[in-house]
Design a binder for this molecule. Structure first.
Ligand code: HEM
Length: 337
């Protein structure tokens, strides 16, 4: 995901290149955009708004582009479900109000964007809602009225019962809605800090993403923990494992995280050593910082090992203690010699 590294900016945030849009997604976006613009032009020529290709040609090209769009949409639906990307469109109430307020007032005062883009969360809540509306209502309705329009010429079609007028008016109305969407879509693009970067991202897939220093720090810490030779563990208030690193797993002879996450700390000790660890945890939950205590562990395969252990309380945003974490260093060999 992460490619080049960081370059500093004034507000203790950094820019980092991230892969946001996948190949098919970019192909689909630009092909759909071209087809819709082309359908708009030929459609409004059919409507009689202007004369460019001639009525007969406009109808022919409108039909061809319409089928191309339908095929593209079928493939895109499959792609969204096969890759799980459909989840990007689930409407989220979180930040919706902030995003809305940003567009109606904050944006004019130079306020910061209320939400951040990531490859996992590439749309802001307002985008989610408008794209979902487009995909679930406007495009399907446009396709349905378009197909009804196409088959009007066949005798006894349902359109003839309902009347072509209704189909034509609805199709044209939806065309205006699509034009509105396109204008808003392009306007919102210009409100990005670097609009040309956003366009480039939709072409290359990569975008410069702003990362807060704090977020970066957390990621670096996580990285250091993952690569550390020391074992790392984190427990919640009830003594349940909520995080361990690779070194911890190997010292305890577990294969994968899932084998230990969610379990009580007592599985990592035997006999009186359960009580020793229990009292250490109690002290940490009371705010004490425990350094370098030698302890005995019970490994997954039933064998025992020795390590030194540090334990510190962990805090939530309100500065309340919510658990304990620390590092362990293996001393089994020292003990055995
Ligand atoms: C896959 C989707 C679509 C299908 C199947 C479709 C089909 C059709 C058909 C069959 C006609 C009538 C042509 C005739 O008079 O023989 C038509 C007209 C039209 N289409 Fe589409 N179309 C689609 C998408 C679009 C899109 C995306 C737009 C614009 C954004 C659009 C705008 C129009 C307009 C403005 C007319 C003229 C309506 C009128 O005044 O009667 N269409 N379309």
């Amino acid at each position: 995901m992460e490619q080049a590294h960081t370059n500093n900016t004034a507000h203790s945030s950094f820019f980092r290149r991230e892969y946001i849009y996948k190949g098919f997604e970019r192909f689909w976006h630009w092909t759909q955009a071209l087809l819709i613009v082309f359908l708009m032009i030929t459609g409004f020529e059919i409507h009689g708004s202007f004369s460019l290709l001639g009525y007969e040609e406009a109808v022919l090209f409108h039909d061809i582009a319409a089928w191309a769009l339908i095929i593209l949409i079928i493939f895109t639906i499959f792609w969204h479900f096969a890759t799980g990307e459909w989840k990007q469109y689930i409407p989220s109430a979180k930040f919706l109000k902030e995003q809305f307020k940003y567009y109606i007032s904050g944006i004019f005062k130079g306020a910061p964007h209320p939400t951040k883009k990531t490859s996992y969360n590439k749309f802001n809540p307002l985008q989610r809602l408008t794209y979902l509306g487009l995909k679930l209502f406007i495009m399907p309705a446009q396709i349905i009225t378009g197909i009804l329009y196409m088959f009007y010429m066949y005798p006894k079609s349902i359109v003839q019962i309902g009347g072509l007028e209704l189909v034509a008016v609805t199709h044209t109305l939806l065309a205006f809605m699509l034009i509105t969407f396109l204008i808003v879509h392009l306007y919102l693009l210009t409100t990005n800090e670097h609009p040309s970067e956003s366009v480039k991202a939709m072409i290359t897939g990569w975008e410069e993403i702003e990362v807060e220093q704090e977020q970066l720090h957390k990621e670096h810490m996580r990285d250091a923990i993952d690569k550390s030779a020391a074992g790392y563990y984190r427990l919640d208030k009830n003594g349940i494992f909520i995080d361990v690193n690779k070194s911890w797993l190997s010292m305890y002879k577990y294969e994968k995280n899932e084998d230990i996450i969610g379990k009580h700390f007592s599985v990592s000790r035997s006999g009186e050593h359960v009580e020793i660890l229990n009292s250490l945890i109690k002290r940490a939950l009371n705010g004490e910082h425990i350094k370098g205590t030698k302890v005995q562990r019970q490994c997954a395969d039933g064998s025992v090992g020795f390590h030194t252990l540090s334990m510190n309380p962990t805090y939530d945003e309100k500065n309340e203690i919510v658990g304990a974490e620390g590092f362990i260093l293996d001393i089994t060999n020292e003990k055995n010699t």
